[in-house]
Design a protein around this ligand. Structure first.
Ligand code: SAH
Ligand code: SF4
Length: 359
């Protein structure tokens, strides 16, 4: 039997082409698109403004593109929910819902695992399995929307994997997330976080992709950065900053530099001084992220020290924000997704699987 076409992940134009190929009228595509992304349909049967015969045929040749939720863990502290989804090849992937006062954010994964092996990162330690397809990325978001029964307001690509090593599928997903005829989350509310793949930063600028760019700098000198981020052997800090500057020149959008603070590794006064040197005169924002303890040899600095480090950066005109990750009690903070659920295969519907871990 020929494989069914997964319709999630096709752009509206592609969907129109496909529909016409099946001998149907073009507007059928608009109906399906709306059902998939606005009404978050989980079956063709639900698409009641489409005639029964067409729905039946759709069921035979096409696939909505659903992924089962294998497990959820809810943080009693913050209401953050971590989802473990089962992929069709037996792999699993995680995404996180982060509720805040004025926004509802989903943290999306772009790969199963990550090949870059940053020494402080849980995902980096589990190795690399494969890239995710755009529909698998979109489905993470739709699973969360279906579960909470509300629209999300913000999207961050800060889950498992390096988005710029899966550039095309990530951009396809981001384009569909911001498509006003569908999910319609503003491109200004979509952040792509990269370790700093120089070619892709330039490519994003050249293609005029409107999403916000965050770069994980995490150190202010090459020795320290190479020690915790092996990718720094390939792209040195000065090359990375050149690409960031090129991005700014081309788009006039400020880059956010993320800096995970790890005790004794990159949180010394001289690190702050170097960072000031490095970023002086460059229009950017800085996010300081106190380390979430996922790898035993690294620790988070104290609250007082985080504040001290932030003060040391004051000579910079850039806004500095300390991001205390949410969902720490369930190891669901962005960038620290963990593979402890990887081997679990017990499907369980959301309602009965929402474990609540103690705060
Ligand atoms: N691969 C991309 C996106 C995923 S990681 C990147 O590296 O940017 C998202 C962010 O989480 C990065 O800034 C990363 O440095 C940070 N991060 C990873 N592990 C973390 C941890 N244990 N605690 C705090 N931040 C972490
Ligand atoms: Fe990969 Fe980002 Fe983790 Fe580094 S920090 S290993 S790039 S997911």
């Amino acid at each position: 039997m020929p494989q069914k076409t997964i319709l999630k992940g096709l752009t509206l134009d592609e969907l129109r082409q496909w529909v016409v190929q099946q001998g149907w009228e073009r507007f059928r595509a608009d109906q399906i698109f709306s059902w998939l992304y606005t009404k978050r349909a989980t079956s063709f049967q639900e698409m009641t403004d489409i005639g029964k015969a067409v729905r039946q045929r759709l069921g035979e040749i096409a696939d909505v593109g659903l992924l089962p939720v294998l497990k959820t863990v809810t943080s009693a502290e913050t209401g953050t929910v971590k989802f473990l989804l089962g992929l069709r090849d037996g792999n699993t992937v995680e995404c996180v819902y982060i509720p805040e006062k004025n926004r509802r954010t989903v943290c999306l994964s772009s790969q199963v695992g990550c090949p870059l092996g940053c020494t402080f990162c849980a995902t980096g330690q589990m190795g690399f399995r494969r890239n995710l397809a755009a529909w698998e990325i979109l489905e993470q978001l739709l699973v969360v929307e279906r579960t909470i029964g509300q629209k999300l307001t913000n999207v961050v690509f800060m889950g498992m994997g390096e988005p710029f090593l899966n550039y095309q599928e990530v951009m396809r997903a981001a384009d569909l997330i911001s498509d006003e005829r569908g999910i319609s989350i503003s491109h200004r509310k979509i952040v792509i976080s990269t370790v700093g793949i120089v070619g892709s930063i330039r490519r994003m600028a050249e293609e005029e992709r409107p999403y916000r760019l965050a770069i994980s700098l995490n150190a202010a000198d090459d020795d320290t950065r190479t020690q915790i981020m092996p990718i720094n052997r390939r792209y040195k800090i000065h090359e990375l900053l050149e690409a960031a500057k090129y991005y700014y020149e081309k788009t006039r959008r400020r880059v956010t530099f993320e800096y995970v603070l790890i005790r004794g590794v990159n949180d010394r006064k001289r690190d702050a001084e170097r960072l000031v040197q490095l970023l002086r005169g460059f229009p950017c924002k800085i996010n300081l992220i106190p380390y979430n303890e996922t790898v035993p040899e690294y620790q988070r600095p104290s609250l007082e020290h985080v504040e001290r480090f932030s003060r040391w950066l004051r000579p910079l005109p850039a806004p500095i924000i300390v991001r205390w990750s949410r969902g720490r009690d369930i190891r669901a903070a962005c960038g620290q997704l963990w593979s402890e659920g990887m081997q679990e295969r017990t499907p369980s519907p959301f309602a009965s699987s929402g474990e609540t871990s103690p705060a």
